[in-house]
Design a protein around this ligand. Structure first.
Ligand SMILES: C[S@@+](CC[C@H](N)C(=O)[O-])C[C@H]1O[C@@H](n2cnc3c(N)ncnc32)[C@H](O)[C@@H]1O
Length: 369
């Protein structure tokens, strides 16, 4: 990937290394961090080196009546105006300058605009325009014309206001191990940013899951069912939980889109689920779900950067197989230090979701000792 903002834009920190060198840098880093676990080799999963991001957000920089997108500068010295970003997928990349030129010419769309978020699927783009002003009918008419001009979905957001001109999601198709899955991916909820690497993550879990003999899967932090739906055919039943109401709603719709009927999606935080399964608390949200009827042999966890809290760590130790997807090597290292008191690491994969940055996603499979 080549970018005229390399060395200036704070988004790419490994801009002076080619892809092979970036890979080696990340592997060396992880070898050091996880030396105590005796990991000699990682299974490496590459990304496309450009146009890999299906979601991206930019600040908007105003200079009188001119606007540009902006990123934080690498030297942390304010904002860097940019016109496009080669990390974004081709549809977003092509749209960025044309959309900006259109917005710049419209007083209504331009004034008080402070951010633009893009979300794309293989076929669609959704744009969220963020404002420091009230959005009225005049804004709605102008935004509708813009949406028609570029054949995109537009959402306007300002404090406590959300105006959706059409659906607030994109329809995505993922291909995993010769199977096709459909997902509605919503603006405002978590989704994996790198489509190709996400397909590899789902495939890696599905391929390496030990023979389940149709036992049951428990998933915490399930989001919109990204892993759940593709893994459900390997298990008898699945209980999948997540804290976000909108993600659970999307997960139920996504299960129906794929004709999957053996998953119960329940809005519960990992802490609440732990309490429910220990019979410490009862939840109305679990009505109709007999959590004690499951024969869980596998637990799948994909927590936010903070990793697992102490109670959740203790809780997942009760399952024979733990599948841990992590976006933060530091909290993963802390959690594995504890989990390897009862389990051993049997696979460790690295998924390069963000080339040209130091970020790395990990997949770890553990079996009870
Ligand atoms: C890294 S995302 C993973 C989502 C999903 N596995 C995917 O691949 O799209 C983490 C998810 O955990 C959810 N979450 C955050 N804190 C949580 C908590 N305490 N309990 C349960 N879910 C939580 C977030 O809403 C988010 O959907």
């Amino acid at each position: 990937m080549d970018c005229k903002y390399f060395g200036k834009c704070g988004s790419c920190t490994l801009y002076d290394l080619n892809y092979e060198e970036q890979k080696q840098f990340k592997i060396d880093d992880m070898k050091k961090a996880f030396a105590a676990f005796g990991i000699k080799e990682f299974e490496w999963h590459s990304s496309k080196i450009s146009h890999y991001r299906s979601r991206a957000e930019f600040m908007v920089y105003h200079d009188k009546d001119n606007i540009s997108y902006a990123m934080h500068r690498l030297d942390k010295n304010g904002k860097l105006p940019i016109d496009k970003c080669p990390k974004t997928d081709e549809k977003i990349f092509d749209l960025m300058p044309e959309l900006l030129a259109y917005i710049e010419k419209s007083d209504i769309l331009r004034k008080n605009l402070f951010g633009v978020e893009f979300l794309s699927s293989k076929d669609e783009v959704l744009v969220v325009l963020l404002y420091h002003k009230k959005l009225d009918d005049i804004w709605t008419d102008a935004a509708k014309e813009c949406a028609e001009e570029f054949r995109i979905k537009i959402i306007g957001r300002s404090r406590n206001i959300k105006i959706s001109l059409s659906e607030d999601f994109v329809k995505e198709r993922l291909h995993v191990e010769q199977k096709r899955y459909l997902y509605n991916i919503h603006e405002g909820s978590f989704s994996q940013p790198n489509r190709g690497v996400n397909e590899q993550m789902i495939g890696w879990i599905a391929k390496n899951i030990s023979d389940t003999k149709r036992t049951d899967l428990l998933e915490l932090y399930c989001g919109h069912g990204n892993f759940t739906i593709a893994l459900s055919s390997l298990f008898g039943k699945v209980l999948a939980t997540e804290i976000s109401k909108s993600s659970i709603h999307a997960a139920k719709v996504n299960a129906a889109l794929n004709g999957v009927e053996n998953i119960s999606f329940v809005r519960l935080s990992s802490e609440e689920l732990t309490d429910a399964l220990k019979s410490k608390r009862e939840f109305k949200r679990l009505e109709g779900v007999d959590i004690f009827s499951y024969d869980f042999t596998h637990v799948l966890i994909d927590p936010p950067r903070a990793g697992l809290d102490e109670a959740s760590r203790e809780f997942v130790k009760r399952f024979p197989n733990i599948i841990y997807i992590s976006c933060n090597p530091q909290t993963l290292e802390r959690d594995l230090t504890d989990l390897t008191k009862t389990h051993k690491v049997v696979r460790f994969a690295l998924f390069d979701q963000f080339p040209y940055t130091k970020h790395i996603e990990s997949g770890v499979m553990l079996e009870r000792l």
